[in-house]
Design a protein around this ligand. Sequence first.
Ligand SMILES: [Zn+2]
Length: 308
Amino acid sequence: MDGIFSLIKSVNEEYIEKNLFYLAKYPLPCRTLNYTIDGHTKCTLYETDDFLENELRRSGYAVEKEIVPVQAFQPDNTVPHGFRRPLPDELWYDALNLYAKKGGKEHPYELIIVLAHKDSQSWLKCAPGAYDNAVGTVAVLELARILANYPARRSIWFLWCNEEHWPWTSEFAAKRMAGSNFKTIAVLNIDGIGGKSADDVKNHLLTNVTRFTTPEGEKLADLLAEVNEKFKIGLIQKKFHAEKPNDDDGSFVKAGIPAAVLNIGSMPYKNPDYHQHSDTPEKVALENVKCATQLMLATMLHLDVHGI
Ligand SMILES: [Zn+2]
């Protein structure tokens, strides 16, 4: 337990802040396959991939890549959410899933996956997507950094996928996992951590909601609540039952891996800047992102030591 406490303390808010601004303001104003900064040769999502790969290499990881063909969503002002799915004859791109993997020493075929979608909204011209989902992208990077030299008992994979292009590249990853020899004991999707209503921001509430659809997911949500108490993380931690699987955790549930949950700052999602150009890094409650990252870390360590 002491080991877990000291690792939790090493979650670094300054790194989170620095990486968040790097990916959602400068030098990268957004993360899509259909937007390239003037004078650059690669699109902003490939530049994001390069950034993540370099950071992971510095921590000692070899980065594995999986190519998935996707399209950009198209703006559509006739629907409330403002976009539509692409048509088959519209432009296709190669998106990448990025993996950093740690092998388990005692139970190598039991797997803990922590993931985030790294792309921003492809139907908006260069929207920063700070809460959605630069925060998750940098949280997973921070987890990988901290666990780089941790001797894992079970296998731990860090995955960065794409969910603001179509199809979601987590579907591809999940189907491959479901057909492998690994037994996935937990999938923690980190998307929009700390994102909450204007009132909750004003009251400085530190929140996290774990959304589940299956009994296995509920068990994980209950574990997150226990871990939050046990390690005095300080979050107002809630669980939320959804009828249907959705988002990147839903890709795993649909593929037959039921222990998959979403972690987010509020559910239903109340961030007023959701899918707007105003979802900027200046507005991100860094302390909330730090606490939620600590909660993910403590939960991963608990699962690594005890299994499910
Ligand atoms: Zn989104």
